[in-house]
Ligand binder design. Sequence first.
Ligand code: ZN
Length: 73
Amino acid sequence: MMKKSYKIDVDCANCANKMEEAAKKTAGVKDVVVNFMALKMNVEFEEGAEPKAVMQEVLKNCKKVEDDCEIFL
Ligand SMILES: [Zn+2]
């Protein structure tokens, strides 16, 4: 199982939840937990997924729902 943790920037818990939902819908992502207090996103990847490529799509999808957010890749 491949898991990675990323530092994020987002303005409130509600937007953090939106990021989490958008990230979960991204191909190659098995599960996502966003911790607003810690400003961290923990991502579990599908078997065989390429984290760098998947995270580019996660960032795009998160920006669609909350254009002020950031994921430090
Ligand atoms: Zn917000």
